[in-house]
Design a protein around this ligand. Structure first.
Ligand code: DAH
Length: 339
């Protein structure tokens, strides 16, 4: 019997299992009630008394070794299993959750696209501006009401430094360093000291266009306006120009388009008129050309400016302007774009 136990001890030391099932089979074979070791225990009573001590010790040794070996193998399998279940933190999550473009960006990009098809190129200027570029160079008289504290945010320590109230300041920024031909489109954020409500905000977005060259005429302006309106709102869109006033254009006009919500029949959005105003425009005042270093005898130009929020409202009927800056994902996810 001692020999058999010795042999089993060697066997148990080298036990191997390739799977949890194999390991369970080993456990049953050696350690279960009907296993080899228990059988040996049962035979122990037949061992002659004088050998009982030695055989007993060997038997205990075998049992302990078998338990240790099987427990060790079990631990290996449990570790492997835990490892397999652990998330791999270095792996990218699939599918990657793509965001959507902001509605104002979608519309801004569309406006830029339309004007670039006509040869307009992007231009940019600072949002924190000086009085010269926002007002004086744009032919605002010293006492013009738009300079009033109510409209303009001033930087307290420097009354000459303001947040631009319109993107027309970029006209001046470009003209002071460029000679015609100039054909630019300038999108950007502007600020006005207004109480925030569903229809007004203290910041919003505009796009400015400026074209200065020899022989630029009002009919060029009209053609660009019609092209823009029909590209933006569809080929059936009609435009009309109403005389208006801006310090930097002469003559000046405001452009209406046939209401694209009711198709011109009249609805609450167009207040029953069938028309909605979308932009201001005009021929660049010769004073503005001269103030910005361009010879007004040689060159003429037109300019136009529009609010991106307004165009977006017309396209998507967003009823509350504040939605644009609240970053509510449920609102933002409603907009999809190709670019
Ligand atoms: N700057 C004007 C505004 O903020 C919009 C505008 C009107 C821009 C006429 C122009 C223009 O370039 O010609 O209300």
């Amino acid at each position: 019997m001692t020999e058999k136990i010795e042999q089993l001890i060697q066997e148990v030391k080298d036990l191997k299992a390739a799977s949890a099932q194999e390991l369970e089979a080993l456990r049953l074979k050696y350690l279960s009630k009907k296993g080899i070791i228990n059988d040996l225990m049962a035979d122990f009573r037949n061992v002659p008394v004088e050998q009982k001590k030695v055989v007993g010790q060997k038997l205990n040794e075998l049992k302990t070794l078998a338990q240790e070996r099987i427990n060790a193998l079990k631990e290996v399998f449990e570790n492997e299993k835990a490892q397999a279940e652990k998330p791999d933190l270095t792996r990218t999550e699939y599918p990657i959750g793509l965001g959507t473009r902001h509605p104002l960006s979608i519309v801004r990009n569309e406006i830029i696209d339309i004007f670039s098809r006509l040869g307009f190129v992007l231009a940019d200027g600072p949002e924190v501006e000086d009085d010269w570029h926002v007002f004086s160079s744009m032919n605002f008289a010293e006492d013009h009401p738009a300079r009033d504290m109510q409209d303009t945010f001033f930087v307290e320590a420097h009354p000459d430094i303001i947040l631009r109230t319109h993107t027309s300041s970029v006209q001046s920024r470009v003209m002071e360093v460029t000679q015609p031909p100039i054909r630019i489109i300038c999108p950007g954020r502007v600020y006005r000291n207004e109480a925030i409500s569903y229809r007004a905000h203290c910041f919003f977005h505009q796009v400015e266009a400026l074209y200065v060259d020899k022989n630029v005429s009002f009919s060029d302006l009209k053609q660009v306006l019609l092209y823009f309106a029909q590209e933006m709102f569809g080929p059936d869109t009609k435009i009309r120009l109403r005389p208006s006033y801006f310090p930097f254009t002469e003559p000046s006009a405001e452009m209406d388009i046939s209401c694209n919500i009711c198709g011109g029949k009249g609805c609450p959005f167009c207040k029953g008129t069938g028309w909605v105003e979308i932009l201001g425009c005009g021929m660049v005042d010769p004073n503005v050309l001269e103030l910005n270093g361009i010879n007004s005898k040689e060159y003429t130009g037109f300019a136009l400016g529009m609010g991106i929020e307004r165009i977006t409202n017309l396209k998507y009927q967003v009823k509350d302007l504040r939605m644009f800056s609240e970053n509510d994902v449920r609102f933002l996810e409603e907009f999809e774009s190709a670019n």
